[in-house]
Design a protein around this ligand. Structure first.
Ligand SMILES: [Zn+2]
Length: 115
């Protein structure tokens, strides 16, 4: 894969990650709105899912989406420096199949297994 192709693929992944982050943030706002108007009041609905559970689930989703977006941004920076796909520990090229599955990977499979 050429570095231009890698960069284009990373930018696609970045757009997808940003979209997931936007959706997770919107979901968190919705949970907060329901809590604010009492619709998700777990005290009065023993059968319902507790609002606090919905809240922590949405917050965890947003956190994961933000971390993923940040990792892909870092990969975009490495690609622009021409260092994308190079293991940060041993300096050898990372297997393209690994990069296809995990575009933000910074370690080759050997180093990742030793980490
Ligand atoms: Zn390595």
């Amino acid at each position: 894969m050429t570095s231009d192709a890698a960069l284009a693929q990373l930018l696609d992944s970045l757009a997808a990650a940003q979209e997931r982050e936007r959706l997770a943030a919107a979901q968190l706002v919705e949970v907060r709105r329901l809590q604010a108007c009492g619709e998700a009041d777990d005290e009065h609905d023993p059968e319902g899912v507790p609002a606090s559970f919905e809240w922590s689930k949405a917050a965890a989703l947003l956190e994961a989406a933000q971390a993923e977006r940040a990792a892909i941004e870092a990969a975009v920076r490495r690609a622009r420096l021409g260092a994308y796909g190079i293991c940060a520990r041993c300096g050898r090229p990372i297997d393209p199949r690994r990069l296809a599955a995990r575009p933000a990977a910074t370690l080759c499979i050997d180093c990742a297994q030793r980490a």
